[in-house]
Each structure stands twice: as C-alpha cells, then as structure tokens.
Design a protein around this ligand. Structure first.
Ligand SMILES: Nc1ncnc2c1ncn2[C@@H]1O[C@H](COP(=O)(O)OP(=O)(O)O)[C@@H](O)[C@H]1O
Length: 212
C-alpha cells in the first residue's frame, strides 16, 4: 500500500494536562522509547508561517492564552498529519501517534474520534497552580515562548484547561485512562506511569504488526 493511500485510523495515545504539567516531556520519552511519533498541536501551530491566515489566527488566540476555534484546529491538525504521512515522516502502519494538546474541547474529541484508534489517555494531574507557573517561567527562559512569559496569559491558559479541556476526559472510557500525579520529578512521574499503565503501554515497546 502506498503512503498516500492510508485510509485507516491512527493508533494513538492522548496526553492531557494543564500547561506546565509535562505533556511534552512525557510524550517525547514515550515516542523515543519505540520510535513512535510525537505530535504537539502547540508546535504545529507555532510552525505555521506568521503571515498565513491560519498563522495570523493562531497569534490572535494563542497570544491571549485562548484556544484556536475547533474547525480551524482540526483542519490544520488533519492537514499536518496527512502531510507527515505523504512525506514518510510518520508511518501509521508501524508507529503509534503520541498526541499532545489535542483534543481540548468536547467537539474536537468527537471529530478526532473519526481519525484515531484510541490506545490510552494519559492525564497528568497537577492542581498546584503556583508550581505550574514556576515551571512555565523556567521554560520561558529556555524556549522564549511569548505565552509562557506573561502572568496574565499563563493564568488564562490554566483557566481554559480547567473550564474547557478537563471535562473532555469524561468522553473517554475509564479502562483506557491513566491518571498520574505530575507534581513530582520527571523520573518519578515516568515510574508511576509505567507502574500504573504497564499493560496498556507495553504495546509501545515493539513495532506494530505489519498488515499482510
Ligand atoms: N487542540 C487545540 N485547540 C485549540 N487551540 C490549541 C490546541 N492546541 C494548541 N492550541 C493553541 O496553541 C497554544 C499553545 O499550545 P501548547 O503549546 O500545547 O500549550 P500549553 O503549554 O498551554 O499546553 C494554546 O494556548 C492554543 O492557543
């Protein structure tokens, strides 16, 4: 089957958590543990040309800590994944897709279900806003992200997570849900994740069975 003809669903793990909870760190480690593909929706938006219409739309929402509207989000995301497949960078027959930052609304979850075959949902839990903010401010120094610098924008992103995204967890079956305390050192978070979720996550340790 040619790369462009993939019409199946992407076998996916979803990462949830407030800004600063460590979605990116955990996703990268899971992806690298078995050559799987980590896709951060925030990174997808940040890679858009600033003068494109989607890029301008992203700035107008992202700079305020708000979510980009659902329709555009899904369009940009689905187009990006298609491009990854057609250029051979993401190989859906062999790799799991580690999705960080999507879905963030119920409506995104509903549309996304047409694209993915869900393996697991990892919810990184960290209610301590002060410590999340400290993590983001450290990241701002390293990565220079505008939305990590402004305290008002950080606060807005936390609120958006609490009000719009957290409830999306209820959309997914409990037997696929791994809730992990993210208010710990990264190694401990990973230890807990593999301790709780070994049976679900063990699929990442070997390549997918090839279709015959
Ligand atoms: N699924 C999504 N739906 C709408 N907007 C999104 C989505 N993912 C990312 N964004 C936009 O990109 C910004 C940065 O996302 P991300 O890097 O994942 O941030 P965070 O560290 O807050 O989790 C968000 O504040 C939002 O404007």
């Amino acid at each position: 089957m040619g790369l462009k003809e993939f019409t199946g669903r992407y076998k996916s793990l979803l990462l949830f958590g407030p800004p600063g909870a460590g979605k990116g760190t955990v996703s990268k480690i899971l992806a690298e543990s078995g050559s799987h593909f980590h896709l951060s929706t925030g990174d997808v938006f940040r890679s858009l040309p600033k003068d494109s219409s989607a890029g301008r739309l992203f700035s107008s929402y992202g700079d305020k800590g708000l979510l980009v509207p659902d329709k555009v989000t899904i369009e940009v995301w689905a187009g990006y994944v298609k491009d990854l497949i057609s250029t051979g960078r993401y190989r859906p027959h062999e790799q799991y897709l580690i999705l960080d930052g999507i879905p963030r609304t119920r409506s995104q979850a509903e549309v996304l279900s047409n694209y993915i075959d869900l393996v697991a949902v990892i919810a990184l839990e960290m209610p301590n806003v002060q410590r999340l903010t400290e993590r983001l401010q450290r990241r701002a120094q390293i990565e220079g992200r505008n939305d990590d610098i402004d305290a008002g924008v950080i606060e807005k992103r936390m609120e958006v997570y609490r009000k719009q995204t957290e409830e999306v967890l209820g959309y997914y079956p409990k037997n696929k849900m791994l809730r992990i305390n993210a208010d710990q050192y990264p190694l401990k978070v990973l230890g807990d994740l593999f301790g709780t979720g070994w049976e679900v996550l063990t699929c990442l340790s070997h390549p997918m069975i090839q279709p015959t």
